[in-house]
Design a protein. Structure first.
Length: 658
C-alpha cells in the first residue's frame, strides 16, 4: 500500500486591526481633570505620608524688603591722596589709563583735524566781516597752514657722526633703521602739521589754554586781527583732543605698580548712620576685567583720607528704601512644571548630570534643580553700577497671613568653615581679627561688561634663565610708531644691521687672525637688544630676601660702550624723560639715561614666567559717550627660556688646510 503525500506552501493568515478609543461623550473635560473617585482613600494616604502636617505652610504672596545702598565717594591710586569720585568714566578706565606715546598716524590726523577746524572758523570770520581777498585782514588759509607746517613740522633726523653725542645718535638710529617710519616721515615732511606738538605748545599758556603761544603769534605772516577766532578754534581743538582719549591728570596720577607688574588702588563708600566709610582695596588687579572679586575690605585704613566721611557726603551717597512687591517663582529651562499634562523642556536633561564628590558646584546646582526648584522665589531689584547694597531684612507674607522674617544667610564669623556664602568680599591681611563678622553686602563696581581691545602695542615676556642665573624681560612687541606694534626681534635685528653700517664707515676692518693660531678666546657673546636683563639684588637690610633690578647689556657703537635701554614704556620706569632735550617727536637723547633704578619683586616672576601687554581699550558709558584709554594687563607666560648668553668661550679656529 502506498501513501501519496502532497505538501502545500501557502502564506499564513494575517489580519490587522486598529486600536482607537470610543468616547461616550463629546467633551473631554472630565477625563482631563484626573478625578479621584475615592477621596477618603486619597486623604488617608496623604495622612500616612505626612503631607497633612503643613511643614511648607503657605505660598509666598507678598514681600517687604528693606534695602540700604551706598555709592563710591572717593578714589585713591597707589601714591596720591584720596580725591572725590565721579562717574564720568568707568572705574577701570580711571585705574588702567596710562600715558600715551603718540604715534605718527595720530599726530598727522590730529594736525589735519586742527587745520580743518581753523579753516572753518576763518571762513566764518571772512563772511561775518564781509572781507574779500584784497582786504588787509582777510583770512588766507594757505598762509596760516604754511605757518603751522613750518612751526610744527615732521622731519627726518640726520645723524652727525662728528658732533652728535652717542645717546643722540642712538635715538636717531632707532628712527632711521625702521624702513616704515623712515618712509612716513619722508612723506609727511613739509606737507603736514604735528597736532600733538601744536597742543603741547598751546598748553604752555595754561591748562586749559587761555591764549595762543608767542611761538605762533610771532611768526612772519601771522595777522593779529585773527587772534580772536584762532583762539576760540584752539580751545575747541583742545576739548576735542581731551575727549578723544583718557589720560592721567599728572605723572603721579597712576595706579600702575611697576614693582609688582599690576594695578593698585582703593576707594571708599560712606556708611549709613555712622561717621566712617567702607574702604575697599584692590592690591592685585591685572586681569583687564574689573569685577567685585578684585576688591578686599580694609578695616584699618586710617590716615589716607578714605576712612572718614562728612554728613553731606553721606546724605548724597547713601540711600535707604523699603520695597513691597509680589514674589515670582524662579524659572529656568528644564525645571519641573507644577501643572498636569505639561511636559518639561526636553532639550535640558537634568538626569544626565555626572558629578563627582568633589564637584560641589555641580552637586548644588543639580540638587536645586531636581529637589528645591519650586521653593525658590525672586524679588527683582535694580542696582546702579558703583553701589554696595545690603538687604537688611525681608518680611514674607504667605497665603495664611503668617509673616516670616528672612535674614542674611551669613551671620556668624567670617572664618567659620561651616558657613557658605556667595559674592561676599574677603578682608585684607591687615584687617583679619579686627572684626570677625562677615560682611553681607554685595558690590557692583562701576565697570563695563564689554570692552573692545586692540592688538597689543607692547608685549614684554619676563622669563627665568637658569643657565645665566638671571631673569630676562623680552620685548616681543614694541611700538611701530604707526599706532600698532611690531616684532621686537625684527626691530632689534634692523637696528643691529644699522649699527654695523654706521660703524663700517669710520671703524677700520679688524685684523685677521694669524696663521697657525688654533684657538680663539671670547670674553662673552651677546643677545639681541630686545632682551633686557634683570639681576638679583638683596633687599636693603636683609640677607635672604631678594628683588630683581633692571640692568643693561653693553653696546659697542661709535668706538665706545653704551647701555642698551628698553624701548617699551612698560620697562622704562625710572628712565629720564626730559622734553627740553628732545629734537623731534621720537628723538630724545635723555631717553638713554637712567634717573632711578627699577626693581621688580622676585615672586612676581614664577617659573612659568609672566607676560605684560599694553593695548588700546574702547567702550561706551552711561550716556553713550565713547571712552578710550591705553591700559595694561598681565597674563601667564610660557615657561623658562634660555638667552644663550655665555662667558669665557674658547672656539677652534677654522683651518682650511685640515
Amino acid at each position: 500500500m502506498s501513501v501519496l503525500t502532497i505538501g502545500l506552501n501557502c502564506e499564513p493568515f494575517r489580519a490587522w486591526n486598529r486600536l482607537e478609543q470610543r468616547p461616550r461623550t463629546r467633551e473631554f473635560d472630565r477625563v482631563l481633570s484626573a478625578e479621584v473617585h475615592d477621596a477618603l482613600w486619597m486623604l488617608t494616604r496623604q495622612w500616612q505620608f505626612g503631607e497633612l502636617q503643613g511643614e511648607d505652610t503657605g505660598s509666598a504672596i507678598l514681600a517687604k524688603i528693606k534695602m540700604e545702598t551706598t555709592r563710591i565717594a572717593r578714589f585713591q591710586n597707589k601714591d596720591n591722596q584720596a580725591v572725590p569720585y565721579d562717574d564720568e568714566m568707568p572705574l577701570e578706565a580711571r585705574v588702567e589709563r596710562m600715558p600715551v606715546q603718540y604715534d605718527l598716524r595720530f599726530r598727522a590726523r590730529s594736525g589735519q583735524h586742527w587745520l580743518k577746524m581753523v579753516r572753518a572758523a576763518g571762513k566764518t570770520y571772512n563772511t561775518t566781516n564781509g572781507l574779500n581777498p584784497g582786504d588787509a585782514n582777510y583770512y588766507d588759509h594757505v598762509v596760516l597752514k604754511q605757518i603751522f607746517i613750518d612751526q610744527y613740522p615732521f622731519s627726518l633726523p640726520q645723524i652727525d657722526r662728528q658732533n652728535d653725542s652717542t645717546a643722540l645718535q642712538v635715538a636717531k638710529a632707532r628712527i632711521l633703521s625702521d624702513q616704515n617710519v623712515h618712509q612716513s616721515l619722508s612723506a609727511l615732511s613739509g606737507r603736514a602739521t604735528d597736532g600733538v606738538a601744536w597742543i603741547t605748545d598751546m598748553l604752555t599758556t595754561g591748562n586749559p589754554p587761555t591764549g595762543l603761544p608767542a611761538t605762533l603769534t610771532g611768526q612772519p605772516g601771522y595777522k593779529a586781527a585773527h587772534t580772536a577766532f584762532i583762539t576760540a578754534a584752539a580751545i575747541d581743538y583742545y576739548k576735542w583732543f581731551k575727549n578723544s582719549h583718557e589720560l592721567p591728570a599728572s605723572p603721579a596720577d597712576s595706579s600702575w605698580d611697576g614693582s609688582k607688574l599690576e594695578y593698585r588702588f582703593s576707594c571708599s563708600l560712606p556708611n549709613t548712620g555712622t561717621g566712617d566709610n567702607t574702604v575697599l582695596e584692590a592690591q592685585e588687579y591685572y586681569q583687564g576685567r574689573l569685577d567685585w572679586f578684585a576688591f578686599d575690605l580694609a578695616l584699618n585704613d586710617a590716615g589716607t583720607g578714605l576712612n572718614s566721611s562728612n554728613s553731606a557726603e553721606t546724605a548724597a551717597k547713601t540711600e535707604s528704601e523699603i520695597l513691597t512687591m509680589i514674589p515670582t517663582e524662579a524659572r529656568f529651562a528644564g525645571m519641573p512644571h507644577p501643572r498636569w499634562w505639561e511636559f518639561e523642556d526636553g532639550s535640558v536633561d537634568l538626569g544626565n548630570i555626572t558629578a563627582d564628590t568633589t564637584d560641589i558646584a555641580k552637586i548644588l546646582l543639580s540638587e536645586f534643580a531636581l529637589m528645591y526648584s519650586n521653593d525658590w522665589f525672586l524679588v527683582p531689584y535694580t542696582l546702579k553700577a558703583g553701589t554696595m547694597s545690603e538687604v537688611k531684612g525681608i518680611i514674607v507674607t504667605d497665603t495664611f497671613g503668617q509673616k516670616t522674617l528672612v535674614e542674611a544667610a551669613a551671620q556668624g564669623d567670617a572664618n567659620d568653615w561651616n558657613g557658605w556664602t556667595m559674592f561676599n568680599l574677603t578682608k585684607t591681611n591687615a584687617s583679619e581679627g579686627l572684626n570677625g563678622k562677615m560682611d553681607p553686602r554685595v558690590l557692583i563696581p562701576p565697570a563695563v561688561a564689554k570692552v573692545q581691545e586692540s592688538k597689543p602695542v607692547e608685549s614684554v615676556l619676563m622669563l627665568r634663565d637658569e643657565m645665566a642665573n638671571m631673569v630676562w624681560a623680552v620685548e616681543n612687541i614694541v611700538p611701530d610708531l604707526h599706532g600698532g606694534g611690531q616684532d621686537g626681534n625684527s626691530a632689534a635685528a634692523s637696528l643691529a644691521s644699522y649699527w654695523e653700517k654706521l660703524d663700517a664707515d669710520i671703524t677700520p676692518t679688524p685684523a685677521a687672525i694669524p696663521n697657525g693660531v688654533p684657538l680663539n678666546y671670547s670674553l662673552s657673546n651677546t643677545v639681541p637688544e630686545c632682551w633686557i636683563p634683570f639681576l638679583p639684588r638683596h633687599f636693603p637690610g636683609q640677607s635672604r630676601a631678594i628683588q630683581l633690578q633692571r640692568a643693561s647689556m653693553p653696546r659697542w657703537f661709535n668706538s665706545a660702550y653704551s647701555q642698551v635701554r628698553p624701548r617699551t614704556p612698560i620697562l622704562r620706569d625710572g628712565m629720564t624723560d626730559n622734553p627740553a632735550t628732545a629734537e623731534g617727536p621720537f628723538v630724545n637723547p635723555s631717553d638713554e639715561s637712567q634717573t632711578n633704578p627699577y626693581y621688580v619683586h622676585e615672586e612676581e616672576v614664577p617659573r612659568s614666567g609672566v607676560r605684560v601687554e599694553a593695548s588700546w581699550q574702547r567702550t561706551r558709558w552711561y550716556d553713550g559717550k565713547t571712552i578710550c584709554w591705553y591700559g595694561r594687563r598681565k597674563v601667564t607666560g610660557r615657561g623658562e627660556g634660555s638667552s644663550g648668553l655665555s662667558f669665557d668661550e674658547i672656539t677652534r679656529v677654522r683651518d682650511d688646510n685640515n
